[in-house]
Design a protein around this ligand. Structure first.
Ligand code: SF4
Length: 462
């Protein structure tokens, strides 16, 4: 979602006369787009922003902004923490980005920070902080933090970073309240885009030669707009001319329905891949997380998906050391992972996020850091071992890959299979975005090494 939001901001700025430069040193405006999901990510942002502030010594006119979920979460606290930041803007503010930058430039010239009522650029959601005294050069900053239920993101041009694959946001925000999660507080309630606008956008990317799209939403499969539910939209996307691969992320297990599985099974363009967040494999923990399903219900969904799409590759998210998780409950999670055997797992130690309900569990429920780390290590060992076994069994398979990039080593290319497995292979300068057939010859555990089948022209792939 953040890559997509970055493309949105670049697009909005490009259509207002800004140019994208390669390096921060060349820029007049630097925006750091942020994630708030974990404390670690936020700490890294603070470090990066401090580093970028060094550029102001050479270029005092440089505007430095922090955008995205961390900006929304911290708001004015962020301005106080890093007073040299000129702009703090949450995810619903991007349409007003050019105006906000214009306002800051005007205020710098006049020596008053923030948005005055008399400003030609005045718009909703722009908040004036303390006036900056002329010449002081520090303190204050413009914050744009209103979550806007009317912002539908329509009519905005994205500036896409890939010529191979496109992220298509179809939904923003979330109606759930998982107790560990900050997303509903920084992105607001669920908003689903107009289906025709989504299809028009995909038609546009297809006309530019992009053949793979990934539909994005916090609980993407709860999408509903008028008569359009997610299975209907997915089928329509899968049938669009020129689209060869469709993925979507992240679904909520509760919204995995027979209708959705039918579309996945019936539409050739829908890839045999699904990221299905488990979070925990114990009912009491799931309840405390407010995930709104039980382990048996999750397993039923896995069963439903696997019977509809037998060769599907499943991945998941798991959080360990959630407050109150006992050693036995953690073992339950490992048992579920052994049973499901996910192809990939994103694993985390619980990170308390201020403002979320999980921070209100009693202190005695908190899992000591060393215990949490030990659980995470055990979890990683298990999930990596399962991944290695699965991938080893796939060595020798012949798979179609979409060429995404050059490999790290000269002469190598990188492609992705329909089941979302990455393979590097020796290839002459193959065209990015072409489809090739590979034999998977070896696995490192997480990724594959393959060799081209055929002449590499991709012509046999049509
Ligand atoms: S479903 Fe839960 S974890 Fe996912 S974004 Fe919504 S609140 Fe967060």
């Amino acid at each position: 979602m953040n890559i997509s939001d970055g493309e949105l901001m670049s697009g909005i700025l490009a259509s207002n006369g800004f140019e994208l430069v390669e390096r921060p040193e060349e820029a007049d405006v630097v925006l750091v787009n942020t994630c708030a999901i974990r404390d670690h990510a936020e700490q890294r942002v603070l470090g990066r922003v401090a580093q970028l502030n060094g550029l102001k010594e050479k270029n005092p006119e440089l505007l430095l902004g922090v955008t995205g979920c961390m900006a929304q979460r911290m708001g004015e606290e962020l301005v106080r923490k890093v007073p040299y930041v000129d702009l703090v803007m949450g995810p619903d503010g991007y349409r007003g980005l050019p105006d906000a930058l214009g306002t800051i430039v005007a205020s710098k010239t006049s020596g008053v920070n923030g948005l005055g009522a008399e400003s030609a650029h005045a718009g909703p959601g722009l908040v004036q902080l303390e006036p900056r005294k002329k010449g002081k050069g520090k303190g204050g900053g413009l914050t744009v933090l209103d979550l806007d239920p009317t912002e539908d993101y329509e009519g905005l041009e994205l500036r896409r970073t890939s010529t191979v694959s496109a992220w298509i946001p179809i939904q923003r925000g979330c109606n759930h309240r998982c107790t560990f999660c900050i997303v509903p507080y920084v992105r607001g309630p669920e908003k689903n885009r107009n289906p025709q606008a989504v299809l028009d956008e995909i038609r546009g990317v297809s006309e530019r030669g992009i053949t793979e799209v990934t539909l994005l939403g916090q609980t993407v499969n709860s999408y509903q707009n008028g008569d359009w539910d997610f299975p209907r939209l997915l089928r329509a996307v899968a049938r669009m001319p020129g689209i060869r691969r469709v993925r979507f992320t992240s679904p909520h297990p509760n919204d995995v329905t027979p209708a959705l599985v039918a579309v996945m099974a019936e539409e050739p363009a829908v890839c045999e891949q699904l990221h299905l967040p488990l979070q925990a494999g114990n009912d009491r923990t799931l309840k405390r997380m407010l995930r709104r399903h039980t382990v048996p219900e999750f397993m039923e969904k896995v069963e439903m998906i696997r019977s509809g799409v037998p060769d599907i590759a499943l991945s998941t998210d798991v959080i360990v050391a959630f407050p109150g998780e006992t050693a036995e409950e953690f073992q339950d999670t490992l048992s579920v992972l052994r049973e499901v055997r996910f192809d990939d797992a994103f694993t985390y130690r619980f990170s308390p996020r201020e403002g979320t309900p999980a921070t209100r569990f009693p202190e005695e429920d908190l899992i000591p850091e060393d215990e949490g780390r030990a659980r995470l290590d055990e979890l990683i060992q298990l999930t990596r071992g399962i991944q290695r076994q699965i991938n080893q069994a796939e060595v020798g398979w012949v798979e179609e890959v979409l060429v995404e990039n050059r490999g790290r080593e000269a002469g190598f290319m990188l492609g992705r299979t329909r089941r979302n497995k990455v393979a590097v292979f020796r290839g002459r300068e193959l065209q990015m975005g072409s489809y090739q057939t590979l034999e998977l010859t070896r696995t490192t555990g997480a990724t594959f090494v393959g060799s081209l089948v055929g002449d590499g022209s991709g012509k046999e792939e049509g």
